[in-house]
Each structure stands twice: as C-alpha cells, then as structure tokens.
Design a protein. Structure first.
Length: 266
C-alpha cells in the first residue's frame, strides 16, 4: 500500500510533480504519485507480502536523523520508479536530499505556514523474517541503540490551515478555531509489507498524536479512483467532505481528489 501527500512547495519533488515528464532519461514517475504534501494514493501489492511480527513493530514519531533519512528513502522508493541508466543514482540521491531538507524544514518550524509537523514511522528490527525483503532492508535501514531497524511505513501529520495545491478543510468553524485543523500526508507502506494493517496503525497513531496537540478536525486527501485508500480511511473513521473540481485536477495533471474528514472531539 502506498498513500501520499505534499507540504513543501519549494522542494524539487514538488516542481517535478508539476511537470509532465521531469526527466524521461532516468525517471518513470507514476502520475498519481507525488511527494511534498498533498493527497492519499493506495497502490496494491503485486507480490506476496511479508508477514509482520506485531510484537516487534514500533509505530511512533521518528527519534533520530538517521531514521528520518530512512523514512525519506522509503518515500522515494515507493512513489518513484527509476530506469537503470548512467547517472540514475545521482538523481535518486538528489531527490532524496531535497525531500529530506523540505521535511526537516517543516518539522523544525522554518516554514511559517506549518504550525507543527510530525513524521510518524512504522519500524521493524532487521531479522530473518525480513530475508525476502533484502532490498528494502538495505535501502531503508537505520541504527538505533546499536541495533539495525528498517522503516516499513511512514506519514506526516501537519497542523496547518491548508496544504499546497489541495482542497482546504472547512472545520472547525468560528474565529480563532482554524489552528485546531490538521492534515495527514505522505502516507506510504513498503510494497513488501502491504496487507499487514500497517496503514491502519500509522493513521490511528497520527489521530492519537493529533488529539495530544489539541486538534479537533483531521483531514486527508485521496484520489477519487483509489477505492483501496478510501476503504482504509473509512475504516479509520474518515467521511467525505468535498471534492476537487475536474479543471483543477487537469491543470495539476493528476486524478481528482476527495477531501475526507474525521472529528477528533468525539
């Protein structure tokens, strides 16, 4: 499963996503996928998923810079496909570093449009149970307390009025209430570990953190043709609020979005 979204309008990925064919020599980009801070997309696995040992799983905010880098590498790996060609690794490194810088700027409060941002990750220790996910372990591993773990799922929780190029939530209403609104974005799960309920665990963890922040109304964007993601968010308590006009989706070169909402006061 892979879900996504977009915060930093200055990131290279944001600009690439606005271009019809950003780098045809190296990059095969799924037009439904973009990183920075926008909408939720779900891509079903085409291979048998690895079974997750729930007792080993951690779902929480990132703790180290190494873990944050690993989360970004998972996003690049999930949302982009690269042609094997000379220079492709340099492009991959450039995309990864730009996305890391944008995410780090949002988390550290450098972008005034974002009051608060958290990166929530699902991680597992690297054990024999992940032997069939060797590539994932190699690309998305990090060290914690002298032991290696791997980021297998990630998302951002953004306390802000709106996300760039996306529908704006209507709730909460009333003067001074807007800061109590937040959006989930950049949701993805490693393709090798899909169908293990990781997306559900990530979203529910973000709901808990949002309540801790005092958020009353939580939003997520999802493509209209993405039934899998819609079912996930419905299971997590989200309901329809509005949808993107067709002209805007055509202008941005992507499928139309639903804006989904859940009430965190209840």
């Amino acid at each position: 499963m892979a879900l996504l979204s977009s915060p930093d309008p200055q990131s290279l990925l944001h600009h690439l996503s606005r271009r019809k064919n950003p780098n045809p020599k190296f990059l095969l980009r799924n037009p439904n996928h973009r990183i920075s801070c926008s909408s939720g997309q779900l891509r079903l696995a085409t291979r048998e998923a690895v079974t997750v040992d729930s007792s080993q799983l951690r779902v929480r905010e990132f703790l180290t810079d190494s873990e944050l880098h690993a989360a970004v590498r998972l996003r690049i790996r999930t949302f982009y496909e690269f042609r094997e060609s000379y220079g492709v690794e340099e492009l991959r490194r450039s995309l990864t570093e730009r996305e890391y810088e944008g995410l780090n700027d949002r988390i550290s409060g450098k972008l005034v449009a974002f009051k608060r941002v958290a990166c929530i990750n699902a991680t597992l220790p690297i054990t024999h149970s992940l032997i069939s996910a060797e590539e994932l372990c190699s690309e998305c591993k990090f060290s914690e307390d002298g032991k290696e773990r791997v980021v297998v799922g990630t998302l951002d929780l953004n306390q802000c009025l709106w996300l760039p190029d996306e529908l704006t939530g209507r709730r909460p209403e009333g003067p001074g209430s807007n800061p109590m609104r937040a959006y989930i974005s950049n949701v993805c799960v490693a393709k090798e570990l899909q169908r293990n309920g990781l997306g559900y665990k990530l979203v529910n963890r973000s709901k808990k953190l949002a309540r801790d922040w005092g958020i009353t109304d939580l939003y997520v964007h999802v493509a209209i043709d993405n039934e899998g993601a819609q079912k996930l968010y419905e299971k997590c308590g989200f309901v329809y609020e509005s949808e993107e006009p067709a002209w805007k989706a055509r202008f941005l070169g992507r499928p139309r979005r639903f804006l989904l909402w859940t009430d965190l006061k209840s």
